[in-house]
Write a protein that binds this ligand. Structure first.
Ligand code: G3P
Length: 208
């Protein structure tokens, strides 16, 4: 299976409004050795899902019904989502709520990627049996130093921890900028990477 590249559009201008679809089309044209998964803003999910596999940036622990302003996992599924990001460092969820939210996502067959910023957080997240754990130290997110150069030993240890649960895969993110950052992550035992700023704020050359 190809390594995964989750591209988090966050709320960057390039990933907002009509630009999000244009950007997804551009990503689709790239001959990439990675399986690209777009993570657009919620309002653009349906449109972007016509061009690339999509995950949502967040979901709430609610079912279809009286929940004004919340994001029901079932609604995400109906919008064409394959999975969800949960507990990103920019959108943390208390552990108990996270556990309940994962259960709601499972009921509607959404894949789950949870974020963890340390080895102890990874250990905690493993108890929730997600499909993916993304190791992202918050202080490196959006910065110029890649997690692969700042914390390579932690990545190896994270890979060993995650391997103990056969069905869970490790994703690595924060400051990933270059092809070699991605290759290092894979060499250290990750199944893929999560990236935002380098792509969303990058030139066409960087995107390739
Ligand atoms: O979800 C991935 C994201 O948080 C990484 O952000 O800007 O460091 O690539 P960035």
């Amino acid at each position: 299976m190809k390594p995964l590249a989750f591209i988090n559009f966050k709320t960057y201008p390039q990933g907002s409004g009509n630009k999000s679809v244009a950007f997804a089309k551009k990503l689709k044209k790239i001959k990439s050795p990675y399986k690209i998964i777009a993570v657009p803003q919620l309002v653009n999910l349906s449109e972007v899902s016509k061009h690339l596999p999509v995950y949502a940036q967040h979901a709430d622990c609610v079912q279809l019904g009286r929940n004004t302003g919340y994001v029901a996992p079932k609604s995400l599924k109906l919008a064409g989502c394959q999975g969800v990001f949960l507990n990103h460092s920019e959108h943390k969820i208390p552990f108990r709520k996270l556990s309940a939210t994962i259960k709601e996502c499972r009921k509607v067959n959404l894949k789950v990627l949870v974020f963890a910023g340390s080895l102890s957080a990874i250990n905690k997240m493993l108890k929730l049996n997600p499909d993916y754990i993304a190791y992202e130290p918050a202080k490196l997110v959006g910065g110029k130093i890649s997690v692969t150069s700042a914390n390579p030993k932690v990545i190896s240890k994270a890979a060993a921890l995650v391997k103990k649960k056969k069905k869970v895969k490790l994703i690595v993110g924060a400051g990933v900028h270059s092809k070699s950052d991605v290759e290092t992550a894979l060499l250290l035992g990750a199944s893929g990477i999560a990236v935002a700023s380098a792509i969303m704020k990058g030139t066409d050359k960087q995107i390739q």
